[in-house]
Design a protein around this ligand. Structure first.
Ligand SMILES: [Zn+2]
Length: 524
């Protein structure tokens, strides 16, 4: 293919395609088949994980698994295999060729210290996985990296009387004298950090299915019985309507069903594919908001179906989900509802120390630390300003094309930028480089003065020079009742306009709120 080597050379230096994650992918996990025994009492689990792989090199298979587990056996293609442990990695050598598909099985048992949260408390004996970002390995032997998605099947033995949920759809429930076995299947590839199970004395409340005009998406709420009323009159009352809205904006719902689950996650909500987990406490006390449900629902498209190939592109997940919640506000309250959410986000960004770093920050190493205002609020602003720049029609067509192209796969910021440029039929790289690789945001000093029959408008960028200069095409400025447009393409722009009488009493920059910026106090 012509130009291929040049393309590769460019890609290696492309700031929108940097991949600073330290975990290199070893082979391609295609399918996890997990057999999990949850104890009737106590905290010890027994697990068997079979993984179908496509071999990509002579390197051994390397599975992340916490050292608290003792591995009982390992096999490769059904034959007992040798394995060794290098700290929290189980290493299985193989002698297969690149392109071969092989199956490894390891069995292990132990008491997880994290990842699968097992509690004995007011809600009884409960089990909930909470994997984000790399805590699946604390209970599930896996290649625990968002860039290696796989399908997953489950066989979960749970105490009698428990309801079990898992990523995917329930296929069978078998009761034997040894307990109850639940099987689930997820055919779509999903990242390991969204492969979860939950088991407790839960009840399921069906919601109205969504998008039945095309293909019905079954919807349900799984909660402790005392908290099930919130399924209908609480934050889930319009959960199906969210799927309808987002299907129109982003394209078809990527999975076969969606459950909202009351769980033990440490997060307000965790977007596990097909089974969103929420913290039990906030749910119980009424602090779980509809905005959180909208955010997690949007993640089913962004984060789950299209997953960042590297943690440093987390805004592709969190920025999109945050904007999803803003779009829900727009759906309910109109443009003012959207503006209110975006203003809130802008205030958060302006108050945040994280703003001194770019959204794509190759120097970041702490994954939990990436849950910051850059990836959430500022990421949502990257989308909002882009929408203002290209218009609704192109913006949403670009979003749908991006989802269509990368659904059940992985993407980098480069991929999104290229899709948007192609749909907009204009090169938007300058915008994405500015929005994602420059720290900060513009701080504008706005001054006017009367010059006889004219008024002079002077806008100066006065932000920290370390943030660089920003380009804002078509910036709207309201001078009393006159709306003018300015291309801010330098540190300072000066324009004169015909004055309409007394000189402007009111100067408002960007009255519709399409850009994230700060205003400097007006010295003259
Ligand atoms: Zn999120």
């Amino acid at each position: 293919m012509i130009g291929m080597s040049l393309l590769l050379l460019v890609a290696a230096q492309d700031p929108l395609a940097v991949r600073p994650d330290s975990a290199p992918p070893h082979h391609d996990a295609l399918r996890y088949q997990v057999a999990l025994q949850l104890p009737d009492s106590g905290f010890q689990i027994t697990v068997s994980v079979a993984i179908g792989w496509q071999v990509t090199s002579p390197d051994p298979i390397r599975l992340n698994l916490d050292t608290v587990f003792s591995v009982a056996s390992g096999s490769l293609n059904g034959v007992p295999a040798t394995w060794n442990r290098e700290g929290s990695v189980v290493v299985l050598p193989h002698e297969h060729s690149t392109g071969d598909t092989i199956t490894t099985v390891i069995t292990y048992s132990g008491t997880p210290t994290d990842g699968l949260i097992i509690q004995d408390g007011e809600d009884g004996h409960t089990f909930f996985a909470d994997n984000w970002p790399d805590r699946a390995r604390k209970w599930l032997a896996s290649q625990d990296h968002p860039n290696d998605k796989a399908s997953v099947g489950w066989r979960i033995r749970a105490p009698l009387g428990h309801t079990v949920v898992a990523t995917g759809s329930l296929t069978t429930v078998d009761t034997t004298d040894r307990g109850v076995s639940w099987t689930f299947d997820m055919v779509e590839p999903t990242p390991v950090h969204t492969m979860v199970v939950g088991a407790a004395r839960l009840t399921t409340t069906r919601l109205a299915p969504a998008t039945c005009a095309t293909r019905c998406v079954p919807m349900s709420v799984v909660s402790y019985p005392a908290d099930s009323a919130k399924a209908v009159d609480g934050p889930f009352g319009r959960a199906s309507e969210m799927i309808d809205l987002f299907t129109g904006l982003f394209g078809p719902f990527p999975y076969r069903e969606l459950r909202h689950v009351q769980s033990s996650t440490r997060f307000g909500g965790m977007e596990n594919s097909t089974a969103i987990f929420y913290g039990a406490g906030a749910w119980r006390t009424g602090r779980l908001s509809e905005a959180t449900v909208a955010h997690e629902t949007a993640h089913q498209w962004f984060g789950d179906a299209v997953t960042q190939a590297d943690w440093h592109h987390l805004w592709l997940s969190e920025g999109f989900a945050t904007y999803g919640a803003a779009l829900w506000a727009e759906h309910l309250l109109g443009f003012e509802g959207l503006q209110a959410r975006m203003n809130q986000s802008a205030e958060t960004v302006r108050a945040s120390a994280a703003s001194a770093r770019p959204i794509i920050d190759p120097s970041a190493t702490d994954l939990m630390g990436m849950l910051n205002s850059n990836n959430y609020q500022k990421g949502s602003w990257v989308l909002h300003s882009l929408r203002g720049l290209v218009g609704d029609e192109i913006f949403f067509a670009g979003i749908r094309e991006y989802v269509r192209r990368y659904r059940h796969g992985n993407a980098l910021s480069r991929d999104f930028a290229s899709v948007m440029s192609s749909v907009a039929e204009t090169d938007l790289d300058w915008y994405f480089l500015q929005a994602l690789t420059q720290p900060g945001y513009p701080i504008l000093q706005v001054r006017t003065r009367e010059l006889g029959a004219e008024v002079e408008l002077r806008i100066t960028q006065v932000q920290d020079p370390a943030w660089g200069l920003f380009r804002i095409p078509n910036l709207e400025v309201r001078l009393d009742d006159q709306l003018v447009r300015i291309d801010l393409e330098a540190r300072e722009v000066v324009r004169t306009f015909t004055s309409r009488g007394e000189g402007p009493a009111v100067v408002e920059v960007d009255p519709d709120g399409w850009w994230l910026f700060g205003l400097a106090s007006n010295g003259s």
